[in-house]
Design a protein around this ligand. Structure first.
Ligand code: FE2
Length: 342
């Protein structure tokens, strides 16, 4: 396994790079915009292909690298389903698995620091974002923070095996890793008897707002730009327009989502499943989508929110598949337009 803990000294943020092997697929957790060049160089050096970039929550203290990584690698951007960030390409809920080649992370919904906070468990370790820090916990006084909810989230983490490694989203003292057992014994924030005591302690902190907050929060809310550009070029159907495409012999509807997302939200009748991760093979010479386009069909991609499909349209157009289109807003827009699902 390849595992790197990367540090941004400006915001004291830890970002994590994970892959199962050299030459394989990689994912990044909590990337920082200013460090994107560094991540890309490292991935090039390790011969890794970035396929997913994840934020554990909406950050207030640094600008996320999600949008820049997506633009430069066409990776899928991931956050929790509670996130209000305008467009991320994939959302996870509690208990969902997050996969790349050879790796499988479990998503834990852990509200408290924010209402969109997640932790990600991977084998012997957990990435705790700002829910659990080393000898500390994330503040709960803004961004829909809730100290009682955080207490419950922390209780859940404390039920993990004691030897579980804790990799936090920040550290301000230079510590890099801890364990659940160590935090249970030595974390002063966990020396309370119940949610009321925790809440009273958190209220007594009176922390100043993070320096970057007024810049970072609005910037992090708006990560979706691809769809506007794709629409401007005339490569988009609205969900309403797309209803007229069902059952047409000259149209191939292509679902780019992962299997678990299809199971949860349903799919458009008659659509083919060709996950985004396999896109390059599918649109290349001899690939399924390439063949469909050659046979004269209009290719219409869709996904959960229109982000992956917008990137797929661009990639297919780059390969000369001039009939490639997508459904703007994806399944979210399709449902709003009361489109049929199966
Ligand atoms: Fe945070």
């Amino acid at each position: 396994m390849i595992f790197r803990q990367l540090f941004d000294p400006v915001s004291s943020t830890y970002s994590y790079l994970l892959a199962s092997r050299r030459g394989g697929e990689a994912l990044v957790i909590d990337p920082v915009l200013d460090k994107v060049d560094r991540y890309l160089k490292l991935m090039e050096e390790l011969d890794l292909r970035l396929v997913k970039a994840i934020d554990t929550h909406l950050h207030a203290d640094h600008i996320t690298g999600l949008g820049a990584l997506r633009d430069r690698t066409r990776c899928v951007t991931v956050m929790g389903e509670q996130s209000k960030v305008d467009v991320v390409s994939m959302r996870v809920g509690d208990g969902d698995r997050l996969t790349v080649e050879g790796l499988d992370l479990e998503a834990f919904y852990t509200p408290g620091h924010t209402d969109d906070s997640y932790c990600f468990m991977f084998g012997d370790r957990i990435f705790t974002g700002d829910t659990l820090l080393i000898r500390g916990t994330g503040r709960t006084d803004f961004q829909n923070g809730d100290s009682r909810a955080q207490y419950e989230s922390l209780q859940r983490l404390m039920r993990l095996p004691e030897e579980t490694l804790v990799f936090p989203g920040h550290d301000y003292k230079g510590d890099t890793v801890s364990t659940i057992g160590e935090e249970k014994r030595f974390n002063p924030r966990l020396k309370v008897r119940n949610a009321e005591e925790y809440s009273a302690m958190m209220e007594s902190l009176h922390l100043p707002n993070p320096k970057m907050m007024d810049v970072a929060v609005p910037a992090n809310m708006h990560q979706g730009l691809h769809q506007e550009e794709v629409a401007r070029r005339g490569w988009a159907y609205s969900a309403d327009e797309a209803k007229g495409l069902i059952g047409r012999a000259d149209v191939a509807l292509i679902d780019l989502r992962e299997k678990a997302e299809r199971g949860r939200a349903g799919a458009i009748p008659g659509s083919l499943h060709a996950p985004y991760a396999d896109l390059q093979d599918n649109i290349g010479e001899g690939g399924l989508i390439h063949e469909l386009a050659l046979s004269g069909k209009t290719i219409v991609f869709y996904c959960a929110f229109g982000e992956r499909s917008a990137m797929a349209v661009q990639a297919a157009q780059d390969k000369g598949l001039a009939s490639a289109r997508h459904i703007e807003g994806g399944m979210a827009a399709w449902r709003k337009a009361r489109g049929e699902t199966r």
